[in-house]
Design a protein around this ligand. Structure first.
Ligand code: SAH
Length: 330
């Protein structure tokens, strides 16, 4: 598989990341407004010296379940140059210090409440339930996902080694099937199943090596050599992600028979990524946190998650744009 530089598609993926950065740039404004309404700059200023995240969270009087969310809010503010980060002791505990001035989507009140997401606060139900209720919204969400998946065409031509030895593949949360259709056309001997919620797959029709199955990944996943999870785990917190990964483990073949879970998601690498890449990933992190109680993960967090779900070994390959392929073996 080629590196990003060697991949002729890399320019398109860079353009995609650039586009996402601008589409979600309103999150920067929302995060800033939120920080001011929570009085983060004032609190840091009056403290007169660096504060650790737990110290800051306790002064902010946020709901106890929201301390980690404050850390992620601050991470983006640091990236955007509104706050500075200093190491405060040998354990490398991180303190975040002032600078500042002064977001809509994300209200500061959310940090004070127990509701997991702003969607729950606003509508009293979770994001997927909201989509099920609002068919027009579900249609445009699915089209958005399909258009992102369309770019897989360019990336997957370099991924032969990932799919080569498989006889069956199930794309869990595969949406309307764009990625799986591309894979099924590229590997005509591979039997592919798109698995998603019944309302998402009900009107889709397959081909000789592509079928659609409706259900919930928290209950049972159709058997296959390997599972593909593209842009799924960043929608879920660690507890739900471990549940999903456990269900995947039950569905796949043994390792020596090619069994693996193929995850396509971002890996946060703030120190290594260029500014644009880091910005896109951090914007997605806030989007996932506020709408789905999900998160973007660092390499260390991916490792922890996969170990907790009982995977023995995994390999991360930066693939294209702001996402990587993580192959996890049972
Ligand atoms: N993998 C696709 C879609 C990602 S969006 C792509 O990259 O284009 C996340 C998907 O997870 C949506 O299609 C959503 O319908 C699906 N999903 C949400 N909850 C689910 C559940 N409990 N079981 C199966 N799929 C679910």
């Amino acid at each position: 598989m080629g590196s990003i530089q060697a991949n002729p598609a890399s320019e398109s993926f860079e353009a995609q990341a650039h586009l996402y950065k601008h589409i979600f740039s309103h999150i920067n404004g929302a995060v800033l407004k939120c920080a001011v309404q929570l009085r983060i700059p004032d609190i840091i200023h009056s403290h007169g010296q660096p504060l650790t995240i737990p110290q800051l969270a306790s002064k902010l009087e946020v709901h106890p379940t929201k301390t980690a969310s404050i850390e992620r809010l601050v991470r983006l503010l640091v990236h955007n140059g509104f706050l500075a980060e200093t190491k405060v002791n040998e354990e490398e505990q991180e303190g975040r210090r002032k600078h500042i001035l002064s977001l809509h989507l994300l209200s500061y009140l959310w940090f004070k409440e127990e509701e997991k997401t702003i969607v729950e606060s606003a509508f009293g139900l979770g994001f997927w339930d909201l989509l099920e209720r609002d068919h027009q919204y579900m249609k445009s969400f699915n089209e958005g996902m399909a258009s992102d998946s369309q770019m897989m065409n360019m990336a997957l031509r370099d991924c032969k080694s990932i799919f080569d030895k498989l006889e069956t593949l199930v794309d869990v949360g595969g949406g309307t099937g764009t990625t799986c259709r591309i894979i099924s056309e590229r590997y005509p001997n591979l039997k592919c199943i798109v698995f998603d919620l019944p309302q998402v797959v009900e009107s889709s029709s397959g081909s000789h090596n592509l079928t659609y199955v409706g259900g919930s990944m928290f209950e049972s996943i159709p058997f296959a050599d390997a599972v593909l999870l593209k842009w799924i785990l960043h929608n879920w917190d660690d507890e739900s992600s471990v549940k999903i990964l456990n269900k995947c483990k039950e569905a796949i073949s043994k390792k020596d028979e090619g069994g693996k879970v193929i995850i396509i998601d971002a890996v946060l690498k703030e120190k290594e990524d260029d500014n644009d890449m880091a910005q896109v990933k951090l914007l997605f992190d806030i989007l996932m946190m506020s709408t789905l109680n999900g998160k973007e993960r660092t390499e260390k967090e991916w490792n922890k998650l996969l170990v907790s779900a009982g995977f023995k070994h995994h390999k991360i390959t930066p693939l294209f744009g702001f996402r990587s392929i993580i192959e996890a073996y049972p």
